[in-house]
Design a protein around this ligand. Structure first.
Ligand SMILES: [Mn+2]
Length: 333
């Protein structure tokens, strides 16, 4: 079920004495019905059925509301237009229907020329998000070459007879195989102690590129950036998905499965910046905030910070993407 945007969530401080420079996101946000051609659109996926089915701690259903409240107070910097498309609400056990509805909504926003930033929900959001990008790209002359970059402690490649928050990337691999699309999956932040040997074997069989949490330290950042840049060069479109349990538990306590180690923001943020600067990012989502388990809204805050970084970074990235295209053209000449 699609719930229209609740603009009452977009409230916050007003620094009326500061004029234009004092504006915050709540002063920009408008319902998507008023969207112009450019801009980012916030889409909520109010669902944690996948988390329950995966034997996790439910609560992520309310995350879109909590993240919006944090986004509302962000200062306006690089972003231009922020729209809200409302929430897909998952009724009872109807996960597959909700994922399908999300796919339709995401595809419509992409068709309209907008950049969707989806707020999960459990990581089952990823299958709906990806399917939406797939629908948008369907019918192009070339098979869609989509790179998936997942910042996550988990592969989420579980082999099950039902969909859950642990299965989305195996579902996507099947989806790609059926459509005769390549499956380009890069998973960053994997914990050796949170994935079974079966999952490592499946990742290997599927040609997944992964890096472990312990290999994602600041002194290895340069090499990581080289690896991710090479991955991005092989694809035409990028889908970035962030599972908040990739972060240390002190930074992101409000998740179903807090990380024993995690990857620090010092490493996560430059990676996100590089992804945004590629000019190829079409879609992003942020999954697994569980407001019931959060402490002083730390996790909601970090989710909003990352969402803001992606939306602003992408605006800058478009400029850099155009620049790169121009440089490529000059080299050809
Ligand atoms: Mn995860």
């Amino acid at each position: 079920m699609l719930q229209p945007p609740d603009m009452k969530l977009w409230r916050g401080r007003v620094d009326s004495g500061e004029g234009e420079l004092g504006r915050r996101w709540h002063q920009l946000a408008r319902p998507v019905a008023q969207a112009t051609e450019t801009g980012a659109v916030i889409v909520g996926f109010a669902c944690d059925v996948g988390v329950s089915r995966n034997q996790g701690r439910p609560g992520a259903k309310r995350a879109p509301e909590f993240i919006r409240r944090m986004l509302a107070n962000l200062p306006v910097r690089g972003c231009t237009d922020i729209f809200d498309a409302g929430d897909v609400i998952c009724a009872a056990e109807a996960l597959e229907e909700a994922q399908d509805e999300l796919a339709g909504l995401v595809a419509r926003q992409l068709d309209a020329g907008l950049f969707p930033l989806v707020l999960g929900g459990g990581h089952e959001v990823a299958y709906g998000s990806f399917a939406g990008l797939g629908r948008h790209l369907h019918g192009q002359a070339q098979p869609a070459s989509i790179g998936i970059i997942n910042l996550d402690a988990h592969f989420d490649l579980r082999l099950e007879t039902f969909a859950s928050s642990g299965t989305p990337f195996l579902q996507i691999a099947d989806h790609c195989a059926a459509a005769d699309w390549p499956f380009h999956y890069c998973c960053l932040g994997i914990s050796d102690f949170s994935n079974s040997a079966a999952l490592f074997a499946r990742a290997k069989a599927l040609g997944v590129l992964w890096r472990r949490d312990e290999d994602m330290t600041l002194n290895k950042l340069d090499q990581l950036l080289v690896t991710v840049t090479a991955f991005m060069a092989r694809v035409d479109h990028l889908y970035l998905t962030i599972c908040l349990d990739v972060l240390p538990a002190a930074v992101a306590p409000g998740v179903s499965a807090p990380a024993a180690r995690g990857v620090s923001l010092e490493v996560i943020e430059p990676l996100i910046d590089r992804i945004c600067a590629s000019g190829k990012l079409r879609l992003a989502d942020i999954a697994e905030l569980n407001p019931d388990k959060d402490i002083d809204q730390r996790t909601a805050r970090v989710a909003a910070r990352l969402a803001g970084r992606i939306i602003e970074g992408r605006t800058l990235g478009q400029g850099r993407g155009a620049q790169t295209a121009q440089q490529d053209h000059l080299r050809e000449v």
